[in-house]
Design a protein around this ligand. Sequence first.
Ligand SMILES: Nc1ncnc2c1ncn2[C@@H]1O[C@H](COP(=O)(O)OP(=O)(O)OP(=O)(O)O)[C@@H](O)[C@H]1O
Ligand SMILES: [Mg+2]
Length: 202
Amino acid sequence: MILTLAHTKGGVGKSTLAWHLAHSIGHGTTVIDLDFQQTIKYLNLMGGEPLNVIQPQTSEELITILQNIPSTQIVIIDVGGFDAAINRTAIEYSDLVVIPISDSVTEVIGFETFKDILSEIGSHAEVCMVLNNVHPLARNFKDIEQAVYGTGFRILKNIIRSRKIYRTTMGDGKSVYHGAIDGTARSEISGLKYELISPTRC
Ligand SMILES: Nc1ncnc2c1ncn2[C@@H]1O[C@H](COP(=O)(O)OP(=O)(O)OP(=O)(O)O)[C@@H](O)[C@H]1O
Ligand SMILES: [Mg+2]
C-alpha cells in the first residue's frame, strides 16, 4: 500500500505525520522522502529510532521503486510543500493520498489550489483529509467541511491536535512511541494509522 502525505502548502504537518505514522506502523515500513529539505532523512540520522528511508531523485527512479514494492508492504511518501513532477508522480502512483489541514482560513484557501492540482493529476488514489495541528478544544470544522464538499474526499474521523510532544520527540530523532510519553498523542497517531490502513477503509 502506497500512502502519500501531500499538500502543496508548506508547514501543514506532512513530515510530522509521515514520521509518527511510520513509527506507529513499525517494522517493515519504508519512507520515501521527496522533500528537498530532507526532513525525514535528517531526523533519521539523529539516531533515536531510525526508519528505512529512500530518496529517489527522479520520477523514473520513484516509479521503479514503487513498482517493486510488495503489495503487503506499507510505504509512506513525504512530499515537499510545492508542486513538482516527482510529487505528482507520487500522487499518481499512490493508493491513498492524505492531506493534512488545520482549521485556519489560510489553509482552507491553500487547499483550493491543491484541489486543482489533484484534479489535473487525475490519480485513482483515494483522497483523505486529516485535521492536524488543531486546537485541543476545537470542535467546529465547518469551513473545512465546506471546502471539501463535492470533492469526494473524506475527512478522517481521527484528529491530530496541536501538541508540543509531536515537535519535541522529533527534535530528538524520536517518535511519540519512544519512551514514557503522555499517551494522548500516541493514541491519536494510532487511531489515525488504523483508520488509514484498515481493510474496511473504503
Ligand atoms: N499536530 C501538531 N502539533 C504541534 N506541532 C505540529 C503539529 N503538526 C505539525 N506541527 C509543527 O508544524 C511545523 C510544520 O510541520 P511539518 O514540517 O511536518 O510540515 P510540512 O507540511 O512537512 O512542511 P513542508 O511543506 O515545509 O515540508 C513543525 O514545526 C511541526 O513541528
Ligand atoms: Mg515536510
